[in-house]
Design a protein around this ligand. Structure first.
Ligand code: UD1
Length: 363
C-alpha cells in the first residue's frame, strides 16, 4: 500500500508505482486528501500518469492536530479493509507520520522513502514528522550517505537502511521530454535565463509578516530588475492577503501566479537564471538540473546540495543581503557531475529490495 497526501509526495510515489507494476507487484494507492485543489493534486496524477487512487480519505486542511488525527482515523479503516503486507510512506508531511504510526501499531510493516533527512531544526513541523516516521518504520530508503549516517547516529540498525538515491530524480529524468515540450515560457512572455523564480510556503517565512516583508524588500534592487516569477502556494497568497503584503509584492516586481503543474513548473526551473525558495524538493531538482538555487532558510536537511555547489543558504536572521549573496553564488562555475545514486534508478532499487524482503519473509 503506497500512501501520498500532499504535493511533494506525488512525484515521489509516481516512479515507485510504475516500477512495482513493471515487476508485477500488487499495489494499492491511497490519497489522504491533505492537498485537494486541482493544481495541488490532480494535475500531478494526470501529468505523471499515476493511477487514480484506490481510496481518497478527503481530509483537507485544518490544524496539525486535527489534520493528523483525521488521517489516522480514516487510514486505520483502510488498513482494516485492505490488510496490506506493507505500507510505504514518502517524505515528511503530516500524512506521512499519520499513516506510518497507524500501520505500525496494527502490526503492518512500514517502509519510509526519503528517510534520514534532518535539518536539526525542530521548529519545523516536517522535522518532527521525519524523526517520528523514521522511528516507527521498519525499513528506511535513503537518498544520500548523509541521511544514512543520521539514522545510524540515532541507533537505527544498518540492516534496515538502504541507500537507494532519490526517487524524485527518477520522475524528473523520466519527464524531461515532456518538460521540454511545455509552453510556459512563451505563455508567460518570458525569455530563457531572463527571469528569476521564487517559491515560498514555509510558516517560518510567510506566517511572520516581518520575515515575509524582509524577503520581499530584498528583491527591490537593480540586481533583480529582471522579472521575478512567483507561482504561489495557496497558504502564501492567503497570508499575503491577510497581512496586506500583496501590493508590496507588485512593488518589488514579483509576479505572483497560480500554482503550476509539474511540467510547466520544472520548465520554469530549468530555464530560470536563478531560483529562490524555501522548499525541500526544489533544492534537489535545481541540483540535478544545474540551476543556481538560493534557499531562504537557516538550515537544510539536504546538505548534499550545498556540497554539490548548486545550492546556498540565505539567512534572514543574519540579515544576508540577497544582492550580495547572488553576486557571490552566481560566480561559481564548477563543472557539475551528479550526486551519487541520483541516476533515475532509485525506484527500481526500492522494488528489488522489497521483493527481497518479501522472499526472506516467506522462507
Ligand atoms: C505541506 C507540508 C509541507 C510541504 C507542503 C508542500 C506538512 C506539515 N507540511 O504544507 O511539508 O512542503 O505541503 O505544498 O504536512 N491549501 C489549499 N489547497 C490545498 C492545500 C492547502 O488552499 O490543496 C491551503 C490551505 O489554506 C491550508 C494551507 O494551504 O490550510 C496549508 O496546507 P497544509 O496541507 O496544512 O500544509 P502546507 O503548507 O501545504
Amino acid at each position: 500500500m503506497l500512501v501520498a497526501g500532499a504535493r511533494p509526495n506525488f512525484m515521489k510515489l509516481a516512479p515507485v508505482v510504475k516500477s512495482f507494476s513493471k515487476f508485477g507487484l500488487n499495489s494499492v494507492v491511497i490519497h489522504t486528501g491533505q492537498h485537494y485543489d486541482h493544481q495541488m493534486s490532480k494535475v500531478f496524477f494526470d501529468e505523471l500518469d499515476i493511477p487514480k487512487p484506490d481510496e481518497n480519505l478527503g481530509v483537507g486542511s485544518s490544524s496539525h492536530a486535527k489534520q493528523t488525527a483525521e488521517i489516522m482515523i480514516s487510514f486505520e479503516k483502510i488498513c482494516k479493509k485492505y490488510h496490506p503486507w506493507m505500507v510505504i510512506v514518502f517524505g515528511d508531511v503530516n500524512s506521512t507520520i499519520a499513516c506510518a504510526l497507524v500501520a505500525r501499531k496494527l502490526g503492518i510493516l512500514v517502509s519510509h522513502v526519503e528517510a534520514g533527512l534532518r535539518s536539526g531544526d525542530q521548529e519545523m513541523p516536517e522535522e518532527i514528522n521525519r524523526i517520528l516516521t523514521d522511528h516507527v518504520s521498519n525499513y528506511h530508503f535513503t537518498t544520500s550517505a548523509a541521511a544514512t549516517e543520521n539514522l545510524l547516529k540515532e541507533g537505527i540498525s544498518s540492516e534496515k537502511i538502504f541507500l537507494v538515491g532519490n526517487v524524485m530524480i527518477d520522475t524528473l529524468s523520466q519527464q524531461m521530454k515532456n518538460i521540454k515540450k511545455s509552453n510556459i515560457i512563451k505563455n508567460l512572455s518570458l525569455e530563457k535565463k531572463g527571469y528569476d523564480l521564487l517559491t515560498l510556503h514555509r510558516p517560518s517565512n510567510v506566517d511572520n509578516k516581518e520575515k515575509f516583508l524582509q524577503i520581499i524588500s530584498n528583491f527591490e534592487s537593480p540586481t533583480f530588475s529582471k522579472q521575478i516569477v512567483f507561482p504561489a502556494h495557496p497558504r502564501t497568497i492567503k497570508k499575503a492577503r491577510e497581512t496586506g503584503l500583496l501590493s508590496k509584492l507588485k512593488f518589488a516586481g514579483i509576479r505572483a501566479i497560480d500554482p503550476l503543474g509539474y511540467h510547466d513548473f520544472l520548465s520554469l526551473i530549468s530555464n530560470a537564471r536563478s531560483v529562490w525558495t524555501d522548499s525541500g524538493g526544489i533544492q534537489e531538482e535545481t541540483s540535478w538540473l544545474g540551476v543556481p538555487c538560493f534557499t531562504i532558510r537557516e538550515n537544510t536537511e539536504r546538505p548534499e546540495t550545498i556540497d554539490f555547489g548548486t545550492n546556498i543558504l540565505v539567512s534572514l536572521e543574519e540579515g544576508d543581503s540577497f544582492e550580495d549573496i547572488f553576486r557571490v553564488h552566481m560566480e561559481r562555475t564548477e563543472e557539475k557531475t551528479q550526486i551519487e545514486f541520483w541516476d533515475g534508478n532509485s525506484s527500481k532499487r526500492i522494488t528489488e529490495i522489497i521483493i527481497d524482503i518479501r522472499e526472506k519473509e516467506d522462507c
